[in-house]
Structure formats: structure tokens, C-alpha cells
Ligand binder design. Structure first.
Ligand SMILES: Cc1cc2nc3c(=O)[nH]c(=O)nc-3n(C[C@H](O)[C@H](O)[C@H](O)COP(=O)(O)O)c2cc1C
Length: 177
């Protein structure tokens, strides 16, 4: 698939077919995420795949949290995006410029993940709202680590929507702000 086609095809899928996702395909998505750039090549990320049926059920419940993200109950696979310990050199930028690159880095990695998923015919939804404490416990994530996002993954069963975005004119300019 052409890159621009994958960019257009990717959307937040909130309805999935009742079909399991091949672990090999998820690993291909993680492999694409792995190749993303990161500040000082720190790669401060870990992707934890949830597939085992009993565990999946519990994660689905914890991902549908406080009346939000009810669709999570029908998600056939999840990938928890965990940030690892900050690389020492990146701490310098946090102290000097207030820039913590970690969130940017995982954003770039996740973009690769989602685009590769679209390329493989899979749907995804990036989720920032979930019961982090519960999912950390279920996936045995160390207390000091953070699950920034959960990625819902599956074969999509919703329609391809039109994208609502600000116009190119609104978000860009040349030579002047
Ligand atoms: C960091 C981040 C967190 C998000 N959290 C959620 C979420 O908790 N639940 C949800 O349904 N969508 C979530 N989304 C999806 C956005 O709502 C979605 O990307 C946006 O509305 C644009 O729609 P599209 O992805 O279909 O193009 C999140 C997206 C990002 C990038």
C-alpha cells in the first residue's frame, strides 16, 4: 500500500469483527514502531500485547473506564504502550528546556504502528482513557513505569469515515507565522 493510502485509511476504529488477530501481524506493527526515530535514539518504550482470552476480558473491562470507551469490551486485542526509564542524556533537556521527549517518541512509534496496521488490513484505536492502575496490575507492569496509551487492534467492522481536519491554510504558513 502507498504511504498516503495508509494515512488516509487509518482512522480510530471502535467496532471490530469478532475475529482474533494474528500475533505475527501485531508483531509486524511493533516492528514498524521499533523503527521510529526517538530523541537520542533512546527508544524508551515497551509494547505489551494482550491476547490470552481470560486476560483480554479483564483488560477490556479496565479499558472501558468510568462510562467512557465502552467499545473496548469488543476489542479483540490490545497493545499497552509503556514508557521505560528516561535515558540520562534526555534528562538534560528536561532540566534545561522543560522538554520531555518521551511522549513525542512514543507518538512517533505509535504512528508507525497504526499505519503499518492499516497497511495489513487491521484497524486500531489509540486510547488515552483507561484504568491504568488496573491494567498495570493485570499486565504486571512495574510500579515506576507508566502505561501512556492502550492501542485497540482488530479487524475493523465500521465504515470508513471522512476525516474532519483543519484546512492546510489554517495550520501552515510560509516565511511568516
Ligand atoms: C493521544 C490520543 C488519545 C486518544 N484517546 C482516545 C480514547 O481514549 N478513546 C477514543 O475513542 N479515542 C481516542 N483517541 C482517538 C481520537 O479521538 C482520534 O484520533 C481523533 O478524533 C481523530 O479521528 P481519527 O483517528 O478517526 O482520524 C485518542 C487519540 C490520541 C492521539
Amino acid at each position: 500500500m502507498e504511504l498516503i493510502d495508509a494515512i488516509n485509511k487509518r482512522q480510530s476504529n471502535r467496532k471490530y469483527k469478532n475475529a482474533p488477530v494474528e500475533i505475527e501481524k501485531i508483531m509486524q506493527c511493533i516492528d514498524a514502531a521499533r523503527l521510529a526515530p526517538s530523541a537520542n535514539n533512546a527508544q524508551e518504550w515497551k509494547f505489551v500485547v494482550v491476547q490470552k482470552p481470560e486476560l483480554l476480558k479483564e483488560v477490556q473491562s479496565a479499558a472501558a473506564f468510568m462510562g467512557m470507551n465502552g467499545f473496548a469490551k469488543g476489542v479483540p486485542a490490545f497493545v499497552a504502550v509503556v514508557t521505560e526509564k528516561t535515558k540520562a542524556i534526555n534528562n538534560v533537556d528536561i532540566v534545561l528546556h522543560g522538554k520531555d521527549y518521551k511522549q513525542m517518541d512514543i507518538g512517533l512509534a505509535i504512528a508507525n504502528f497504526c499505519l503499518r496496521a492499516a497497511d495489513l488490513g487491521l484497524g486500531t484505536c489509540i486510547m488515552g482513557w483507561f484504568n491504568e492502575g488496573k491494567i498495570k496490575q493485570l499486565l504486571q507492569v512495574p510500579r515506576r513505569r507508566k502505561i501512556w496509551l492502550m492501542l485497540a487492534v482488530g479487524y475493523p467492522d465500521d465504515v470508513q469515515r471522512e476525516k474532519y481536519r483543519k484546512s492546510l491554510k489554517e495550520i501552515s504558513s510560509v516565511d511568516k507565522y
